[in-house]
Write a protein that binds this ligand. Structure first.
Ligand code: CXF
Ligand code: ZN
Length: 388
Protein backbone atom coordinates (compact mmCIF):
# COMPACT_ATOMS: atom_id res chain seq x y z
CA UNK A 1 0.00 0.00 0.00
CA UNK A 2 1.47 3.31 -1.14
CA UNK A 3 -1.05 5.60 0.62
CA UNK A 4 0.51 8.57 2.45
CA UNK A 5 4.00 7.39 1.46
CA UNK A 6 6.28 8.86 -1.21
CA UNK A 7 6.11 6.96 -4.51
CA UNK A 8 9.08 6.30 -6.76
CA UNK A 9 8.01 6.14 -10.40
CA UNK A 10 8.84 7.09 -13.97
CA UNK A 11 8.59 10.62 -15.36
CA UNK A 12 9.59 12.52 -18.50
CA UNK A 13 11.49 15.48 -17.08
CA UNK A 14 12.04 18.71 -19.03
CA UNK A 15 15.53 19.47 -17.72
CA UNK A 16 16.29 22.45 -19.99
CA UNK A 17 14.22 24.64 -22.31
CA UNK A 18 13.86 23.05 -25.74
CA UNK A 19 15.95 19.97 -24.87
CA UNK A 20 14.49 16.45 -25.28
CA UNK A 21 12.65 15.22 -22.18
CA UNK A 22 14.57 12.77 -19.99
CA UNK A 23 12.82 9.59 -18.88
CA UNK A 24 13.93 9.05 -15.29
CA UNK A 25 12.75 7.93 -11.87
CA UNK A 26 11.37 10.60 -9.56
CA UNK A 27 9.81 10.76 -6.11
CA UNK A 28 6.20 11.93 -5.82
CA UNK A 29 5.25 13.09 -2.31
CA UNK A 30 1.89 12.16 -0.80
CA UNK A 31 -0.96 14.68 -1.19
CA UNK A 32 -1.31 17.50 1.35
CA UNK A 33 -4.63 19.02 2.48
CA UNK A 34 -7.20 19.37 -0.34
CA UNK A 35 -4.89 17.51 -2.70
CA UNK A 36 -5.17 14.14 -4.40
CA UNK A 37 -2.48 11.87 -5.82
CA UNK A 38 -3.51 10.20 -9.05
CA UNK A 39 -2.11 7.38 -11.15
CA UNK A 40 -2.07 8.68 -14.71
CA UNK A 41 -3.61 6.29 -17.26
CA UNK A 42 -3.17 8.40 -20.40
CA UNK A 43 -1.77 11.80 -21.18
CA UNK A 44 -1.93 13.70 -24.45
CA UNK A 45 0.12 16.60 -25.79
CA UNK A 46 -1.27 20.09 -26.11
CA UNK A 47 0.58 22.84 -27.94
CA UNK A 48 0.97 24.77 -24.66
CA UNK A 49 3.35 22.03 -23.50
CA UNK A 50 5.56 22.89 -26.46
CA UNK A 51 5.19 26.66 -25.98
CA UNK A 52 6.34 26.56 -22.36
CA UNK A 53 8.97 23.87 -22.95
CA UNK A 54 10.62 26.13 -25.56
CA UNK A 55 10.43 29.21 -23.33
CA UNK A 56 13.76 30.33 -21.83
CA UNK A 57 12.24 33.23 -19.85
CA UNK A 58 11.40 33.60 -17.08
CA UNK A 59 14.37 31.46 -16.06
CA UNK A 60 14.14 29.14 -13.10
CA UNK A 61 11.21 26.93 -14.12
CA UNK A 62 13.35 23.93 -15.04
CA UNK A 63 13.72 21.06 -14.32
CA UNK A 64 10.01 20.66 -14.74
CA UNK A 65 7.36 17.96 -15.17
CA UNK A 66 5.14 19.24 -17.95
CA UNK A 67 1.89 17.82 -19.38
CA UNK A 68 -1.64 18.99 -18.63
CA UNK A 69 -4.00 16.83 -20.71
CA UNK A 70 -4.61 13.60 -18.86
CA UNK A 71 -6.87 11.20 -17.06
CA UNK A 72 -6.17 9.01 -14.06
CA UNK A 73 -7.32 7.02 -11.04
CA UNK A 74 -7.13 8.43 -7.53
CA UNK A 75 -4.42 6.60 -5.55
CA UNK A 76 -4.66 8.54 -2.27
CA UNK A 77 -6.31 11.66 -0.89
CA UNK A 78 -5.06 14.34 1.49
CA UNK A 79 -6.76 15.81 4.53
CA UNK A 80 -10.09 17.54 4.03
CA UNK A 81 -10.88 15.75 0.76
CA UNK A 82 -14.40 14.36 0.84
CA UNK A 83 -15.79 14.83 -2.67
CA UNK A 84 -13.26 12.44 -4.23
CA UNK A 85 -12.23 8.94 -3.12
CA UNK A 86 -9.47 6.47 -3.78
CA UNK A 87 -10.31 4.59 -7.00
CA UNK A 88 -12.25 7.48 -8.60
CA UNK A 89 -11.70 8.10 -12.33
CA UNK A 90 -10.75 11.76 -12.74
CA UNK A 91 -9.69 14.36 -15.28
CA UNK A 92 -7.40 17.23 -14.20
CA UNK A 93 -7.87 20.73 -15.64
CA UNK A 94 -5.43 23.67 -15.56
CA UNK A 95 -8.07 26.10 -14.25
CA UNK A 96 -9.71 25.65 -10.86
CA UNK A 97 -13.42 25.30 -10.14
CA UNK A 98 -13.62 25.74 -6.33
CA UNK A 99 -17.39 26.03 -6.41
CA UNK A 100 -17.42 28.61 -3.60
CA UNK A 101 -16.10 31.95 -4.90
CA UNK A 102 -18.05 34.68 -6.69
CA UNK A 103 -16.85 33.49 -10.11
CA UNK A 104 -17.42 29.79 -9.55
CA UNK A 105 -20.93 30.53 -8.26
CA UNK A 106 -21.74 32.64 -11.34
CA UNK A 107 -22.70 31.05 -14.62
CA UNK A 108 -20.97 33.99 -16.36
CA UNK A 109 -17.40 33.10 -15.39
CA UNK A 110 -15.03 30.16 -15.22
CA UNK A 111 -12.16 32.16 -13.71
CA UNK A 112 -11.99 30.98 -10.10
CA UNK A 113 -10.92 33.81 -7.80
CA UNK A 114 -10.04 31.61 -4.83
CA UNK A 115 -7.35 29.75 -6.81
CA UNK A 116 -6.77 32.13 -9.75
CA UNK A 117 -5.11 30.87 -12.90
CA UNK A 118 -1.41 31.60 -13.32
CA UNK A 119 1.48 29.83 -14.96
CA UNK A 120 3.03 28.72 -11.70
CA UNK A 121 5.78 26.21 -11.00
CA UNK A 122 4.03 25.10 -7.77
CA UNK A 123 0.87 23.52 -6.42
CA UNK A 124 -1.95 26.10 -6.35
CA UNK A 125 -2.90 26.15 -2.65
CA UNK A 126 0.24 25.26 -0.69
CA UNK A 127 2.79 26.77 -3.07
CA UNK A 128 5.49 24.10 -3.00
CA UNK A 129 6.41 21.12 -5.22
CA UNK A 130 5.46 17.48 -4.70
CA UNK A 131 8.24 16.24 -7.03
CA UNK A 132 11.95 15.59 -6.44
CA UNK A 133 14.50 13.72 -8.50
CA UNK A 134 16.66 10.92 -7.11
CA UNK A 135 19.37 13.43 -6.17
CA UNK A 136 16.87 15.35 -4.04
CA UNK A 137 16.52 18.29 -6.44
CA UNK A 138 13.07 19.90 -6.66
CA UNK A 139 11.19 19.42 -9.93
CA UNK A 140 8.70 22.13 -10.83
CA UNK A 141 5.03 21.65 -11.63
CA UNK A 142 3.25 22.78 -14.80
CA UNK A 143 -0.26 24.26 -15.04
CA UNK A 144 -1.24 22.53 -11.75
CA UNK A 145 -1.35 19.16 -13.56
CA UNK A 146 2.17 17.82 -14.47
CA UNK A 147 0.94 14.67 -16.14
CA UNK A 148 4.18 13.52 -17.78
CA UNK A 149 4.70 11.26 -14.79
CA UNK A 150 3.15 7.95 -13.68
CA UNK A 151 1.81 9.67 -10.55
CA UNK A 152 1.00 13.32 -9.96
CA UNK A 153 -0.56 15.42 -7.21
CA UNK A 154 -3.49 17.69 -8.13
CA UNK A 155 -5.63 20.07 -6.05
CA UNK A 156 -9.28 18.97 -5.70
CA UNK A 157 -10.43 22.24 -7.27
CA UNK A 158 -8.63 21.13 -10.46
CA UNK A 159 -10.25 17.67 -10.69
CA UNK A 160 -13.52 16.49 -12.22
CA UNK A 161 -14.94 13.01 -11.65
CA UNK A 162 -15.74 11.07 -14.81
CA UNK A 163 -18.33 8.56 -15.93
CA UNK A 164 -16.42 5.23 -16.02
CA UNK A 165 -17.68 4.40 -19.51
CA UNK A 166 -15.53 6.91 -21.41
CA UNK A 167 -12.21 5.24 -22.32
CA UNK A 168 -9.03 6.90 -21.00
CA UNK A 169 -7.59 7.55 -24.49
CA UNK A 170 -10.66 9.70 -25.22
CA UNK A 171 -11.26 11.19 -21.77
CA UNK A 172 -7.80 12.79 -21.66
CA UNK A 173 -8.77 15.02 -24.61
CA UNK A 174 -11.38 16.73 -22.44
CA UNK A 175 -8.63 18.00 -20.15
CA UNK A 176 -7.67 20.93 -22.41
CA UNK A 177 -7.62 21.44 -26.18
CA UNK A 178 -10.78 19.78 -27.46
CA UNK A 179 -12.86 21.10 -24.55
CA UNK A 180 -11.43 24.58 -25.16
CA UNK A 181 -12.49 24.51 -28.80
CA UNK A 182 -15.96 23.13 -28.19
CA UNK A 183 -16.45 25.47 -25.23
CA UNK A 184 -15.40 28.51 -27.25
CA UNK A 185 -18.18 27.94 -29.79
CA UNK A 186 -20.73 26.73 -27.26
CA UNK A 187 -20.16 28.89 -24.18
CA UNK A 188 -18.04 31.86 -25.21
CA UNK A 189 -19.40 32.72 -28.67
CA UNK A 190 -22.75 30.98 -28.32
CA UNK A 191 -22.79 30.35 -32.08
CA UNK A 192 -26.31 30.08 -33.51
CA UNK A 193 -27.34 27.81 -36.35
CA UNK A 194 -27.01 29.62 -39.68
CA UNK A 195 -24.13 31.84 -38.69
CA UNK A 196 -20.82 32.24 -40.48
CA UNK A 197 -17.68 31.26 -38.65
CA UNK A 198 -14.02 31.84 -39.50
CA UNK A 199 -11.37 29.80 -37.75
CA UNK A 200 -7.77 30.94 -37.79
CA UNK A 201 -5.42 28.01 -37.27
CA UNK A 202 -6.36 24.41 -37.56
CA UNK A 203 -4.73 22.50 -34.73
CA UNK A 204 -6.96 20.44 -32.49
CA UNK A 205 -8.45 23.61 -31.01
CA UNK A 206 -9.50 24.95 -34.40
CA UNK A 207 -11.06 21.67 -35.43
CA UNK A 208 -13.01 21.46 -32.20
CA UNK A 209 -14.41 24.94 -32.78
CA UNK A 210 -15.86 24.20 -36.14
CA UNK A 211 -16.89 20.70 -35.16
CA UNK A 212 -18.96 22.24 -32.43
CA UNK A 213 -20.50 24.56 -34.96
CA UNK A 214 -21.82 21.55 -36.85
CA UNK A 215 -22.97 19.99 -33.65
CA UNK A 216 -24.97 23.11 -32.68
CA UNK A 217 -26.51 23.13 -36.15
CA UNK A 218 -27.37 19.46 -35.94
CA UNK A 219 -29.22 19.99 -32.70
CA UNK A 220 -31.26 22.68 -34.40
CA UNK A 221 -32.05 20.04 -37.06
CA UNK A 222 -30.49 22.12 -39.79
CA UNK A 223 -33.94 23.64 -40.37
CA UNK A 224 -32.80 27.11 -39.59
CA UNK A 225 -29.55 26.88 -41.50
CA UNK A 226 -31.00 28.07 -44.80
CA UNK A 227 -27.82 27.44 -46.72
CA UNK A 228 -26.22 30.65 -45.47
CA UNK A 229 -23.85 28.67 -43.28
CA UNK A 230 -20.15 29.10 -43.84
CA UNK A 231 -17.31 27.53 -41.94
CA UNK A 232 -14.12 29.09 -43.19
CA UNK A 233 -10.78 27.67 -42.15
CA UNK A 234 -7.60 29.75 -42.42
CA UNK A 235 -4.31 27.92 -42.21
CA UNK A 236 -0.88 28.10 -43.83
CA UNK A 237 -0.55 24.32 -43.76
CA UNK A 238 -2.45 22.89 -46.79
CA UNK A 239 -2.24 19.37 -45.26
CA UNK A 240 -4.81 20.50 -42.72
CA UNK A 241 -7.40 21.21 -45.39
CA UNK A 242 -8.14 17.56 -46.08
CA UNK A 243 -8.59 16.85 -42.37
CA UNK A 244 -10.77 19.95 -42.14
CA UNK A 245 -13.15 18.66 -44.80
CA UNK A 246 -13.65 15.52 -42.75
CA UNK A 247 -14.85 17.74 -39.93
CA UNK A 248 -17.18 19.75 -42.19
CA UNK A 249 -15.25 22.89 -43.18
CA UNK A 250 -16.92 24.52 -46.20
CA UNK A 251 -14.22 26.96 -47.34
CA UNK A 252 -10.47 27.26 -47.00
CA UNK A 253 -8.15 30.20 -47.18
CA UNK A 254 -4.39 29.79 -47.33
CA UNK A 255 -2.89 33.21 -46.47
CA UNK A 256 0.19 32.26 -48.48
CA UNK A 257 -1.80 32.22 -51.72
CA UNK A 258 -3.92 35.33 -51.21
CA UNK A 259 -1.84 37.51 -53.58
CA UNK A 260 -2.92 41.17 -53.34
CA UNK A 261 -5.78 40.76 -50.85
CA UNK A 262 -5.66 40.33 -47.10
CA UNK A 263 -7.39 37.39 -45.42
CA UNK A 264 -9.91 39.73 -43.81
CA UNK A 265 -10.78 41.27 -47.18
CA UNK A 266 -11.44 37.82 -48.59
CA UNK A 267 -13.55 36.79 -45.59
CA UNK A 268 -15.57 40.03 -45.70
CA UNK A 269 -16.29 39.43 -49.39
CA UNK A 270 -17.19 35.78 -48.83
CA UNK A 271 -19.59 36.58 -45.99
CA UNK A 272 -21.09 39.80 -47.30
CA UNK A 273 -19.60 42.03 -44.61
CA UNK A 274 -17.68 39.79 -42.24
CA UNK A 275 -18.07 36.54 -40.32
CA UNK A 276 -20.46 36.44 -37.38
CA UNK A 277 -17.85 34.71 -35.25
CA UNK A 278 -14.07 34.50 -35.58
CA UNK A 279 -11.80 32.27 -33.55
CA UNK A 280 -8.08 32.82 -33.26
CA UNK A 281 -6.58 29.44 -32.41
CA UNK A 282 -2.87 29.97 -33.06
CA UNK A 283 -1.59 32.53 -30.58
CA UNK A 284 -0.28 35.31 -32.84
CA UNK A 285 -1.23 38.94 -32.21
CA UNK A 286 -1.30 39.80 -35.92
CA UNK A 287 -3.74 36.96 -36.46
CA UNK A 288 -5.96 38.31 -33.66
CA UNK A 289 -6.01 41.65 -35.48
CA UNK A 290 -6.84 39.89 -38.74
CA UNK A 291 -9.62 37.90 -37.05
CA UNK A 292 -11.06 41.10 -35.54
CA UNK A 293 -10.95 42.74 -38.98
CA UNK A 294 -12.75 39.68 -40.40
CA UNK A 295 -15.76 39.76 -38.10
CA UNK A 296 -18.85 41.72 -38.98
CA UNK A 297 -19.43 45.28 -37.79
CA UNK A 298 -22.39 45.63 -35.47
CA UNK A 299 -22.46 42.14 -34.03
CA UNK A 300 -19.26 40.32 -34.96
CA UNK A 301 -17.46 38.58 -32.15
CA UNK A 302 -13.82 37.49 -32.10
CA UNK A 303 -12.70 34.93 -29.57
CA UNK A 304 -8.99 34.56 -28.75
CA UNK A 305 -7.98 31.02 -27.84
CA UNK A 306 -4.37 30.79 -28.99
CA UNK A 307 -1.52 31.30 -26.53
CA UNK A 308 0.99 33.96 -27.61
CA UNK A 309 4.36 34.80 -26.04
CA UNK A 310 4.15 36.64 -22.70
CA UNK A 311 3.92 40.41 -23.16
CA UNK A 312 2.78 40.19 -26.77
CA UNK A 313 0.66 43.25 -27.61
CA UNK A 314 -2.32 43.90 -29.84
CA UNK A 315 -2.70 46.97 -31.96
CA UNK A 316 -6.20 48.29 -32.61
CA UNK A 317 -7.18 51.93 -33.13
CA UNK A 318 -9.69 53.17 -30.60
CA UNK A 319 -11.67 54.80 -33.43
CA UNK A 320 -12.05 51.41 -35.03
CA UNK A 321 -13.17 49.81 -31.77
CA UNK A 322 -15.57 52.71 -31.14
CA UNK A 323 -17.15 52.65 -34.57
CA UNK A 324 -17.22 48.93 -35.26
CA UNK A 325 -19.49 47.67 -32.51
CA UNK A 326 -17.54 44.41 -32.55
CA UNK A 327 -16.68 42.31 -29.53
CA UNK A 328 -13.22 40.95 -28.78
CA UNK A 329 -12.94 38.44 -26.00
CA UNK A 330 -10.71 35.69 -24.74
CA UNK A 331 -11.58 32.49 -23.04
CA UNK A 332 -9.56 30.16 -20.91
CA UNK A 333 -10.76 26.58 -21.32
CA UNK A 334 -13.33 27.91 -23.81
CA UNK A 335 -15.34 29.42 -20.97
CA UNK A 336 -16.24 25.96 -19.65
CA UNK A 337 -16.75 25.33 -15.96
CA UNK A 338 -14.85 22.08 -15.50
CA UNK A 339 -16.94 20.35 -12.85
CA UNK A 340 -20.30 20.93 -14.50
CA UNK A 341 -19.45 21.13 -18.22
CA UNK A 342 -17.00 18.22 -18.65
CA UNK A 343 -19.68 15.70 -17.58
CA UNK A 344 -21.99 17.20 -20.25
CA UNK A 345 -19.30 16.67 -22.91
CA UNK A 346 -18.75 13.12 -21.67
CA UNK A 347 -22.48 12.38 -21.99
CA UNK A 348 -22.49 13.84 -25.51
CA UNK A 349 -19.52 11.65 -26.37
CA UNK A 350 -21.27 8.55 -24.99
CA UNK A 351 -24.39 9.55 -26.95
CA UNK A 352 -22.19 9.70 -30.10
CA UNK A 353 -22.75 13.43 -30.68
CA UNK A 354 -19.19 14.56 -29.91
CA UNK A 355 -16.79 12.30 -31.79
CA UNK A 356 -13.58 12.57 -29.82
CA UNK A 357 -12.13 9.66 -31.81
CA UNK A 358 -11.50 11.87 -34.84
CA UNK A 359 -9.08 14.04 -32.89
CA UNK A 360 -6.71 11.21 -31.99
CA UNK A 361 -4.25 10.99 -34.85
CA UNK A 362 -1.56 9.05 -32.96
CA UNK A 363 -1.26 6.79 -29.92
CA UNK A 364 2.02 5.56 -28.47
CA UNK A 365 3.78 4.50 -25.30
CA UNK A 366 4.71 7.15 -22.74
CA UNK A 367 8.41 6.38 -23.31
CA UNK A 368 8.06 7.64 -26.89
CA UNK A 369 7.14 11.13 -25.70
CA UNK A 370 9.98 12.89 -27.56
CA UNK A 371 8.71 11.39 -30.82
CA UNK A 372 5.26 12.76 -29.96
CA UNK A 373 6.73 16.23 -29.27
CA UNK A 374 8.36 16.22 -32.71
CA UNK A 375 5.16 15.18 -34.48
CA UNK A 376 3.25 18.04 -32.87
CA UNK A 377 6.00 20.57 -33.62
CA UNK A 378 6.04 19.49 -37.27
CA UNK A 379 2.24 19.90 -37.48
CA UNK A 380 1.86 16.22 -38.37
CA UNK A 381 -0.33 15.40 -35.45
CA UNK A 382 -3.69 16.53 -34.15
CA UNK A 383 -3.72 14.79 -30.80
CA UNK A 384 -1.19 12.17 -29.75
CA UNK A 385 -2.28 10.06 -26.78
CA UNK A 386 0.43 8.49 -24.64
CA UNK A 387 -0.33 5.35 -22.64
CA UNK A 388 1.50 5.07 -19.32
C1 CXF B 1 -3.20 27.58 -21.75
C2 CXF B 1 -4.06 28.77 -21.74
C3 CXF B 1 -3.30 30.03 -21.65
C4 CXF B 1 -2.20 30.03 -20.69
C5 CXF B 1 -1.37 28.81 -20.71
C6 CXF B 1 -2.14 27.59 -20.75
N1 CXF B 1 -4.00 26.49 -21.56
C7 CXF B 1 -3.79 25.29 -22.02
O1 CXF B 1 -3.21 24.92 -22.98
ZN1 ZN C 1 -3.54 22.83 -23.24
Amino acid sequence: NTERKPIRCKAAVARKAGQPLVIEEVIVAPPKAYEVRIKILCTSLCYSDITFWKLKDPPGCFPRIMGHEAVGIVESVGEGVDEIMKGDYVVPVFIADCGECKDCKSSKSNLCSKLPFKVSPWMPREETSRFTDLKGETLFHFLFVSSFCEYTVVDIAHLTKLHPQIPPNRACLLSCGVSTGIGAAWKTANVEPGSSVAIFGMGAIGLAVYYDFYWTSKVAEGARLCGATKIIAVDVNPDKFEIGKKFGVTDFINPKSCEDKSVSQIICEMTDGGADYCFECVGMSTLVEEAYASCRKGWGKTVVLGVDKPGSQLSLTSANVLCSGKTLTGALFGGLKAKSDIPILVKRYLDKEVRLDDFVSHEMKFDEINKAFNLLIEGKCLRCVLWM
